[in-house]
Design a protein around this ligand. Structure first.
Ligand code: ZN
Length: 203
């Protein structure tokens, strides 16, 4: 399986990183080796001392598709969740400034935290799901899927133009503003509506 990630999908986050609003969604891929094993802590990797959290709504693909029309996109997922796209930010900025690919900063082992999955029918409106991230019991990120520049069904359609989406693939749909660093000893907790979706310790 693969993880397809969307960058720059929330205006306030684009502004905080001083990025330019893209004309099309920014896509990158994390391999299956990037998945943080369940209930394991996140270990800050040796190659960086600056790791940022990015809390993101995820959807899980439940049938194979290529060139999916937006109106049919809802047939391709039945579960929604919350995860973290861990990012080695200084390394990413360095790669970005040189026009190089981001993989070393975004796709390293353990960089994808996949939290609990919820039935999408649990949510009244897929485009109005609130979510948040707490670091050591302080809310650091808050978002709502209504703030996305490209909505979930548009993203599925767009991604499937480039990558065949297969059963079990996961889409990370971008992070709202409030991204920031973690240090050893931090505890991150994610909430989708008021339900806890994950808890991870930083080591
Ligand atoms: Zn992200």
């Amino acid at each position: 399986m693969k993880i397809v990630c969307i960058g720059r999908n929330y205006r306030a986050h684009i502004e905080e990183l001083e990025n330019i609003r893209p004309k099309h969604p920014v896509l990158f891929i994390k391999p299956d080796t990037s998945i943080l094993q369940k209930k394991q802590p996140f270990f800050i990797p040796h190659f960086t001392d600056e790791i940022h959290y990015e809390v993101e709504v995820m959807i899980k693909i439940n049938r194979i598709g290529k060139h999916i029309e937006q109106e049919f996109a809802p047939k391709y997922y039945s579960q929604v969740g919350l995860g973290i796209d861990f990012t080695a930010r200084t390394l990413q900025n360095d790669l970005k400034s040189k026009g190089l690919p981001w993989e070393k900063a975004k796709a390293f082992d353990g960089s994808a935290l996949i939290g609990k999955w919820f039935d999408k029918n649990q949510f009244e409106d897929i485009n109005a799901i609130s979510f948040s991230l707490k670091k050591n019991d302080t809310v650091v990120q808050e978002g709502n899927t209504s703030q996305m520049l490209w909505k979930i069904d548009e993203l599925i359609s767009y991604c499937s133009k480039f990558f065949t989406l297969k059963i079990g693939d996961v889409l990370f749909t971008g992070t709202p503003s409030g991204v920031g660093p973690v240090v050893e000893g931090d505890v991150l907790k994610g909430f989708i509506k008021s339900e806890e979706a994950f808890l991870v310790k930083i080591k």
